[in-house]
Design a protein around this ligand. Structure first.
Ligand code: SF4
Length: 345
């Protein structure tokens, strides 16, 4: 894996107007609140957080499918850097080919009236990427085989398939245009656990074989641990921790990450029970708390936490956290965390 970023966001904001306050000022909801990140070439980058943290909006902004209100996003292809805020016309069409999305729900994502062949072929036809039907069919068969779909499957309709098979059809559709960057948004959340492993293995295999960079969005840290080489944790529109997966699981530096990790059930009956419990609901992004956005739920909050918002900063080599006291806390995990797995095809 190269560390050259395929995607780089700098101080990215996605804001939606809420109307005017009592004093006549315009107010906004910052779904993405000043995020900077780099996704390396061939990287499997995990993005986790509770529902309402802004993960999906960030993923869509990186695909230029959500409006970028402020900041910059760059996509690098063959050493050429493209500013997503500027691209349009042919350049935007090329980006649509290079950056794809895999949806969460494999049942809703596929048209029930189209055959699997037509579903996979549609991006090629809409973007005019092949010269004729024979070329389209050849490309569809090639990608279907990579996703472990056979020729017989191509003639059927989506209702004939299980959830895992449907998700493999969605993956084939995302791959057919030759993307360099894929956002997989909760792509295994709707599947049974046994099927999740099959789909995760397929995504990992695709990353290795085709060198595609993934932004893997999930609310489930245990899933992220098994496929991602780097993890960023989001809370109320901001990244509060970002680190290589092993480092984050071995010693989280932010109380929110630590609480999320302690919520992962352990199969080991001797594993120490942790007392960390995440209380309450995530506050509304329309009215976020002052100071540290996490202070209303943080069991370690102090007065200083309400007064100023901590910046994301390096607290150990390659390990970033947004907490005033990150160096003081020791959340070292003695129980075996779900270490990043070497998946099998
Ligand atoms: Fe908790 Fe304070 Fe750190 Fe925020 S800055 S995570 S409230 S200890």
């Amino acid at each position: 894996m190269s560390h050259d970023p395929v995607i780089e966001a700098r101080e990215l904001y996605v804001s939606y107007p809420l109307g005017r306050t009592l004093f006549g000022n315009k107010s906004y909801l910052n779904a993405v609140d000043g995020i900077s990140l780099k996704i390396g070439r061939g990287s499997f980058f995990g993005l986790v957080g509770e529902s309402g943290s802004g993960k999906t909006t960030l993923g869509r902004a990186l695909l230029k499918a959500a409006p970028i209100s402020d900041g910059e996003v760059f996509y690098r292809d063959d050493e050429v850097s493209h500013d997503l805020r500027e691209i349009e016309g042919l350049a935007l069409k090329d980006y649509r080919k290079r950056a794809q999305l895999i949806f969460q729900d494999p049942y809703a994502a596929l048209s029930p009236r189209m055959t699997v062949r037509d579903i996979i072929a549609e991006p090629l036809e809409v973007m005019k990427l092949t010269r004729n039907r024979a070329e389209t069919d050849e490309r569809v068969r090639e990608i279907a085989a990579k996703c472990r779909l056979n020729l017989e499957h191509l003639r059927r309709f989506p209702h004939a398939f299980s959830g895992g098979q449907r998700q493999r059809i969605s993956i084939a559709r995302a791959l057919v245009s030759g993307p360099r960057f894929i956002v997989a948004d909760e792509s295994v959340a709707a599947l049974d656990v046994s099927i999740q492993a099959d789909v995760l293995n397929l995504l990992k295999q695709i990353q290795r074989d085709m060198g595609i960079s993934f932004l893997f969005i999930s609310h489930d840290l245990s899933v992220v641990a098994h496929v991602c080489d780097h993890v960023a944790v989001m809370y109320l529109g901001q990244i509060v921790e970002s680190a290589p997966t092993r480092s984050l699981f071995a010693r989280p530096r932010h109380p929110y990450t630590s609480a999320l990790l302690s919520a992962i059930p352990s199969l080991d009956p001797d594993a120490p029970k942790t007392a960390e419990k995440l209380e309450g609901e995530i506050p509304s992004p329309a009215d976020p708390p002052q100071g540290c956005k996490f202070h209303t739920r943080c069991r370690l909050a102090r007065d200083a936490c309400k007064a100023s918002r901590p910046k994301l900063r390096e607290v150990a080599p390659g390990h970033m956290a947004a907490c005033h006291f990150a160096e003081e806390f020791d959340f070292t995990r003695t129980a075996a965390a779900p270490a990043p797995a070497t998946t099998t095809a």
